[in-house]
Every structure is written in C-alpha cells, then in structure tokens.
Ligand binder design. Structure first.
Ligand code: BES
Ligand code: ZN
Ligand code: ZN
Length: 497
C-alpha cells in the first residue's frame, strides 16, 4: 500500500472516499469536518442533528456525496467524548475506519490531518498510521482459495494545508510506517506455523535484517553452543531433528554507544518435550517464539530510526520436542553461567534457553538487559491476554517500561520478585530446579531468570498472554500481535541516558 502526503483542502480534494472524525455530540464542528460541512450544505450537521451519526467511539457512518463534493464518499468516524480522548482511542478509531473502508472494497481514500488538543500533527499522524496499518493487518500467506476476494486498500493520501504541516505529517508518517511494518513482520513470524518458521528460518530472517541494515550477525550452531558450555540451550535443542540456532544480532556495534541487551525466547514449537503438553490447544505453541520475533522487529526499527544505542539481540531458537535424544526430567544441566539446574519439567524449557542467553549477554557489559518471553501459562491465568507481566531487579528500569507502556497502550503489570520466592527453586541435587510450585508460576519463572543477570539492571516481560490473542481488539486482529515491539521502541526513543 502506498501512503503519501499532499497539500490540499479536504472539501476540494477528489478521491474515492474522504475520512473525517468527530467527537461525540460536539457543540460545533471545527477544522476539516467544518469546511467539508459548509461545502456540503450542512449535510454532516443534519446527520448529527437527526442522530444518524453521534460521534460515539468507533461509530462509522458512510455517505455518498452525489456530486456535492469532489470526494465520492465520506466516512465519518466517532472519537467518543472529547474529555476522554487519548492516542490509544485514536489508534483504535484509525483502525476501525481502515477496516470499514477495506471491508467495503474501497481502494483509495484521503484523510486531512489537523492538530488538536495538545497533540502535534506528527504525533497524531504517527498514531493514526500505526492504528490504521496494524488494524488492517491480515495473514493470508497460506490461503489459496478465493484469493480474489481478499480486499486491500491501495492508496492513502494524508492531507495537510500548509507547507510546514505537510512536513510534520511526513515525519509522523515515516515513523508510523517503520514501526507498523516491524510489528507486522513480528506478527507474520508468530502466525507462521512451526513447519515454516523453524529456527533456521528465524536465523535467515535475522541474517536478512543484518544485511539490509548493516548490522552484525552471528548464528551459533548447536555444536558451537555446546563447545561454549551452553548445556541448558543445547539440552532443549537436542530433542529435535530441526537444528537449533543461537542468534546474535548487533546494531551499532563498536561505536562506543551504551549497550542494551534484548533477549527473546525463540521456541518455534513447544510440545512440552518429555513432559508433554495435553494435545488440546497445543497448536498455539507455534507462538512460543514471539519474544524472538519482537527482538528482531525492535532491532529493525532501531536501525531505521537510527536510535543512538548499541543493541544486542539474543535469540536462542529451537523446538522443544520429545525424542530418544530429548532431555529428561531429573537431568542435571550445567548452564553457561556454571550454575547447575535440575530439570523437573522439560516443559519449563524457556527459562533454560534464556538462562544461557542472559549469561551470554553479560559479555557485552550491557547497561540494561530486557528479556521477552512467552514464559508461563500462569501469567495468562493471572493477567489474561491483555497484559504483559513485568518483573525485574531495577526500579528505574521498571519505571521506564511503565512509562513507555502508558504511551503505547501495551499494558504491563508488575509482579514482585522477593527473595523468599527462591525457596521454591531449591534442589537436592543441583543449584536449583527449573520448576517450583504451580502457585506464583510467573514469579518463580522470573526468579529463575534473575539468577543469570548478576547485578545488571534487568527486566523480564512475560508476554505469554498478549503474544497472540483469540478475540480481536481495536487495532489488533486475532492471532499473533507483535506484543512488546512498540513498547521496546518507545522505551528506547524516550531513553535519555
Ligand atoms: N510456552 C509455555 C508457556 C505458555 C503457556 C505460553 C500457555 C502461552 C500459553 C512454557 O514453556 C511452559 O510450558 N511453561 C510451563 C511452566 C511450568 C512447567 C512451570 C507452564 O506455564 O505450564
Ligand atoms: Zn514449555
Ligand atoms: Zn515454552
């Protein structure tokens, strides 16, 4: 799809459809909707007076202009009560409008952007483009039947009135497109089935990104990881015929910038291994690489926005399967850190592969380590599929994440990491077990990870719930969501070191 900015007045602009927004029952019309209403002999005012369009949140009303305007149609979309407006609602409204236009089979539309409240043109444009592009995302790669029925919007023209507006809108458009493109890439990887998105494919994707953006890349084979002492990662990888890959992607390497390590769980399919999962819903476990997908996407954005950091993305990628070579409950593994782990459940594989990746990240002397993982079913029970579980060892890093979260609408909720929880992980035969109790499962998972970050500021994002969803949300369709990408990007954009 092509999105571009042009200078022009909405009431004079010829297009298939003109998109306009309104708050609920406004005292008077203002801005673009007002000038269109005047040109249209009060048609919009009439609609509103008669109650055919009230401006309620996400309400959509499509009208034909019958030659009264150069635009063939007008879509009015409601923003809800003015006092309750925020950018999250704005993204949702952009998405609802986009979905309505696409579903009607309309291929081109124009939208005049004007600043309002405290929001600048650039900010409104970025959020509009983000909500719109994320809302109309669809995953059709494997649909072969009736492909001609797939509807897609081809052109969007953003209208500014003054030259400087056109520039600001252009800036917001660029940022919004870069971020949305990356989120959609992460969604594609999550939605891709495990027979397509293998560890090898993840590594190839990382290699492609490295090549396109001049990043450093290293892909360790299982044999190399074994020689280095990553027994935890290797134990999980051994059970599968599909070769595991330990992926290291580096942006802004060797430039003397502050280092941040991003670690993403890359289990391309989690059967549970010998501690096999019930078969009901097991197909969902193709999403167990959502953390790795989010790391890849974040590095791509960082590069395109030229964010001033040295970022190291670490993605231990493997399947978790039962086989004659699979690791077993009771096995003791020596992790890269030297600490030993007694395996209680082979289904707690995420923390094992992450433990070696966290230890590996220490060699870069990072200022902060952030890991993203679909780590525990307990997190879904605790917080549902709407919220990311947030745990960590550093108050100021936790606060930064919460601030970024409030801007992007990717909700996070803190859980405690008190030392007492470590009691549950004590083992008779090794330094600790990989599983404690069912109770406090998310905290105990994070407690395990905390043993591998030494004193470095670290946060763990448990994205087990939001990584893929069953019920769509305003700008997040069903399936893989790209959870964590916008959150991390916002964190990095706002980071003033
Ligand atoms: N990938 C799962 C976690 C998960 C479960 C994500 C449901 C999304 C939805 C993880 O590897 C796992 O199986 N965790 C176990 C840990 C337990 C054995 C301590 C779990 O949550 O049951
Ligand atoms: Zn598991
Ligand atoms: Zn898993």
């Amino acid at each position: 799809m092509d999105i571009r900015v042009e200078k022009g007045k909405p009431e004079k602009y010829p297009c298939e459809l003109l998109l306009l927004f309104s708050f609920e029952s406004p005292e008077r019309l203002e801005g673009p909707i007002k000038s269109v209403d005047l040109e249209w002999k009060g048609f919009i005012s009439t609609l509103m007076k008669q109650g055919d369009f009230k401006g309620e949140l996400f309400e959509c009303c499509l009208s034909y202009t019958q030659g009264a305007l150069p635009a063939r149609r007008v879509l009015l979309t409601g923003l809800g009560k003015k006092g309750e407006f925020d950018l999250e609602k704005w993204r949702g409204a952009a998405s609802k409008a986009g979905q309505t236009i696409r579903n009607a089979g309309i291929k081109q539309f124009a939208f005049p952007i004007r600043r309002f409240d405290d929001h600048s043109e650039a900010e409104l444009t970025e959020s509009f483009v983000t909500g719109f592009l994320l809302g109309i995302y669809q995953f059709n790669e494997f649909k072969t039947l009736e492909r001609d029925k797939i509807k897609e919007i081809e052109d969007l023209i953003l209208l500014g009135e003054k030259n400087e507006e056109v520039k600001w809108i252009g800036d917001g458009l660029k940022t919004g497109e870069i971020i949305s493109e990356a989120v959609c890439m992460a969604r594609d990887l999550v939605n891709g089935p495990s027979n397509q998105v293998t560890p090898t494919v993840l590594a190839e994707k990382a290699q492609q990104i490295a090549k396109d953006h001049g990043m450093g890349i290293q892909v360790l084979e299982v044999g190399q990881a074994e020689a280095m002492g990553m027994e935890a990662f290797v134990a999980v990888a051994k059970g599968s015929q599909e070769p595991g890959k330990f992926i290291i992607l580096e942006y802004n390497k060797g430039k003397g910038l502050d280092t941040i390590a991003l670690v993403g769980k890359g289990i391309t399919f989690d059967s549970g291994g010998i501690s096999i999962k019930p078969s009901e819903n097991m197909e969902r476990m193709k999403d167990d690489m959502s953390g790795a997908a989010a790391v890849l996407a974040t590095l791509q954005v960082a590069s395109k926005l030229q964010l001033p950091f040295h970022l190291v993305g670490l993605m231990p990628a493997t399947e978790n399967l039962p086989s004659g070579k699979a690791y077993k409950p009771g096995d003791v593994l020596k992790t890269l850190s030297g600490q030993t782990v007694e395996v209680i459940s082979t289904d707690a594989e995420g923390r094992l592969v992450l433990s070696d990746a966290l230890t590996y990240s220490l060699r870069y002397e990072p200022k902060a380590i952030i890991d993203l993982a679909t780590l525990t079913g307990a997190c879904v029970i605790a917080l549902g599929d709407y919220v990311i579980g947030l745990l960590g060892n550093d108050e100021s890093l936790l606060k930064r994440i919460e601030e970024a979260s409030s801007k992007t609408g990717e909700k996070v909720w803190r859980l405690p990491l008190w030392d007492e929880y470590f009691e549950y992980l004590k083992s008779d035969v090794a330094d600790f077990k990989n599983v404690g109790t069912r109770a406090a499962g998310t905290i105990i998972g994070a407690m395990f990870l905390s043993k591998f970050v030494e004193k470095i500021p670290w946060v763990h994002l448990d994205i087990a719930g939001p990584a893929s969803i069953e019920k769509e949300r305003p700008y997040i369709p069903r399936g893989g969501t790209g959870a964590g990408v916008r959150l991390l990007v916002q964190l990095l954009r706002d980071w003033k070191s």
